[in-house]
Design a protein around this ligand. Sequence first.
Ligand SMILES: Cc1cc2nc3c(=O)[nH]c(=O)nc-3n(C[C@H](O)[C@H](O)[C@H](O)COP(=O)(O)OP(=O)(O)OC[C@H]3O[C@@H](n4cnc5c(N)ncnc54)[C@H](O)[C@@H]3O)c2cc1C
Length: 322
Amino acid sequence: MVFQKLKQELPGVKAKVALKNYTTYKIGGPAKYFFIAKSKIDLISALGAAKKFKLPVFILGGGSNLLISEKGFNGLVIKIDILNIDFQGKKVFVGAGANITKFAYLSADMGLSGVEWAAGVPGTVGGSIYGNAQAFGTKISDMLKSVEAINIKTLEVKNFSREECQFSLKNSIFKKDKNLIIISAVFEFEEKVPEHIKNQIREFLRYRSTKHPMDFPSAGSTFVNPEIKIKNKKLLEKFPELIEYNEKGAIPAGYLIQKSGIQGKKKGKAQISEKHANFIINLGGAKASEVMALINLAKKKVKKNFGILLVPEVQFVGFSKK
Ligand SMILES: Cc1cc2nc3c(=O)[nH]c(=O)nc-3n(C[C@H](O)[C@H](O)[C@H](O)COP(=O)(O)OP(=O)(O)OC[C@H]3O[C@@H](n4cnc5c(N)ncnc54)[C@H](O)[C@@H]3O)c2cc1C
């Protein structure tokens, strides 16, 4: 009954939509209700409807940093599909739903440098700002000027300066305050010769294809690379690479997992990738619980061997909090 009323309020909304079709993991149960917001007005309408019918809201970007349980989401999932990418000199105005790889290619065509690192990342600009995505030493926050976001509760739209976004390692105010939804962002890039930018992109893509398991569905890196220094002498003697990581300021989570002896480990159809231990891959038909079991195993083993608590980068939906 609610669905009929919701449909009147929000034309285009669907019921019981399989979320596995919207995640790079190809895992995830149904959304009770599902709506694609192609504009700011669509988004405001959807949030207004959710408020009216007291529905919990989950915001979906490219689904490339998500592990969704088989239970799915018992509320309204809003997929952000605001796709504009508008260039004005060195400034770029981008919708939160724009694919970040497409953004990288278009910027290269325009002779604008700053987002090359993101070529090959399957997420959206909004999802990347949420988790302060980064690669090859550059973060999305580096070239960002401002973010336009709406508050789910008040429906107030506000512009956040870079400082107000409170960026830190794989984090932002949008991750801390789930009431904030990113609508669009403004970037300012450096001008360079397009062919140089494209060469850099090709190099990064080559690196990704040699180091990352691209043949299987995944959500990219499972854990954040911990930015800590190991002081334990015994560990430094046993694992001399840690000295170099201490100097660099971050220890690759994949290294810690590999040295914990569980690379290649399987649970059902999920596996800790043999190619890169920070990727947990779906060998075909993996369940969210199987991926989660490997996540918990990696956390337990790394804690035991190195005394480090790995923090998942992947976001979880539909799991009960312990
Ligand atoms: C092959 C592969 C390679 C990857 N490489 C990298 C990499 O190099 N660097 C890196 O940092 N990550 C990488 N990732 C992880 C992922 O692609 C990024 O984290 C990406 O930025 C996530 O964006 P998304 O749109 O897919 O977000 P989603 O997975 O859809 O969502 C992630 C979180 O962001 C929130 N969110 C999404 N959009 C919005 C919005 N508009 N407003 C508010 N909240 C929002 C969601 O609610 C959710 O909590 C990789 C993933 C894969 C599969």
